[in-house]
Design a protein around this ligand. Structure first.
Ligand SMILES: [Zn+2]
Length: 364
């Protein structure tokens, strides 16, 4: 049995979920190979696959040469691409709507300026969906703040999932946007189940989440147990959490643009993130010097194997390299920093992942 197969098995998922996760991580395979990798009997795998085919989760997709000799084996593949999701992703400056398939493929997208009025968001989402001409089987809603605690949520509504489900007539799944992104990394990214990974998002807000043993187990954008509220400056400004000098207050969109303004730079965050102007790069570097120790301290306490970066501010390689250089200044050896290869998909992939996780991989 392969090492990766063992890790998947250790998650104690249902046997059907186990098969779906294996096909997702390892690619198409035969029933025989599934039996080898899961440790289930061939008879059990045959029965489970029949039920998964019946349920529309997998289908047969051609034959592979039998590596061990004997008859060619029929391959099985996931039917993720045949299910559509409406992805709603809230950031501090805008709300993005996208229609995607459950494999993460983007069909169309649109955005509005951020609003605290959830009814306005629902109306805009409905008109986007209508104009797209697409039908969706689920809605993923990624929010700022905690889905479990209304106090830390920007959209005031008793039950957001119930509201979206009611408005659109399909199941809605709601989660914090940074947590959802980590979920996406587990499903569609390069994260190995055995690793402990710290995710750090920069721009427009600041957020972090943690993946360990194949699960997203902590982190939100809400002010609770959160890297954004590490105190990084004794003489800093008052944060929305009530303390002074929090990382978020120092490196948020508002703080960065304010700083840029004092240097005569009048540009938005996305523009500043990639600007070649010396003054703009100085602003970024200055803020990175606050981020580097906070990130390193968090990674140390979590014993994280890797730190994965995403967000608008990390869209430029120079910024990532500068952060690695700053972190490298605290110890010898190269910093285990990586940019998420899903960074370009950050406006939809989290919402797709939380739907796929709940309504596909763990549905049966
Ligand atoms: Zn704070």
């Amino acid at each position: 049995m392969s090492h990766q197969g063992m890790n998947v098995k250790n998650l104690r998922r249902s046997n059907k979920s186990l098969i779906l996760y294996l096909l997702n991580k390892q690619g198409d395979m035969s029933r025989k190979e599934l039996a080898l990798r899961t440790g289930l009997t061939p008879a059990a795998v045959t029965k489970l696959c029949a039920e998964l085919i019946e349920g529309g989760y997998i289908r047969e997709c051609g034959v592979a040469d039998n590596k061990h000799g004997g008859r060619p084996e029929i391959l099985l593949t996931l039917r993720l691409c045949e299910r559509n999701v409406l992805a709603v992703n809230a950031e501090r400056n805008r709300v993005t709507f996208s229609v995607c398939d459950m494999a993460g493929g983007l069909k169309c997208t649109s955005a509005i300026n951020f609003t605290t009025d959830v009814d306005e968001v629902v109306r805009a989402a409905k008109s986007f969906l209508f104009e797209s001409g697409e039908r969706v089987q689920a809605i993923g809603v990624c929010i700022i703040g905690s889905p479990d605690d209304a106090e830390y949520r920007v959209w005031q509504c008793d039950d957001l999932a119930a509201k979206f489900t009611h408005e659109f007539g399909v199941t809605a799944v709601v989660d914090n946007n940074v947590r959802a992104f980590a979920e996406a990394e587990l499903l569609y990214g390069d994260i190995r189940d055995s690793k402990s990974v710290l995710f750090f998002k920069w721009g427009p807000g600041v957020g972090s989440s943690i993946v360990a043993n194949g699960r997203v187990f902590s982190g939100n954008d809400s002010g609770v147990a959160e890297i954004g509220h590490y105190i990084v400056r004794g003489d800093g400004q008052r944060c929305r959490c009530g303390r002074y000098g929090c990382l978020e207050t120092e490196v948020s969109e508002e703080a960065i643009l304010q700083m840029a303004k004092t240097k005569g730079l009048h540009m938005g965050l996305a523009e500043l993130a990639v600007s070649d102007e010396r003054a703009a790069m100085d602003v970024v570097d200055d803020r990175l010097s606050l981020i580097a120790p906070a990130l390193l301290n968090t990674a140390t306490i979590l014993n994280a194997n890797e730190v994965v970066l995403f967000g608008t501010m990390f869209s430029r390689e120079r910024t990532r390299n500068k952060l690695a250089e700053l972190i490298g200044g605290y110890y010898t050896g190269s910093a285990p920093l990586a940019i998420s290869r899903l960074n370009d998909k950050r406006n939809h992939i989290g919402a797709v992942a939380i739907c796929a996780e709940k309504l596909f991989f763990n549905a049966q």
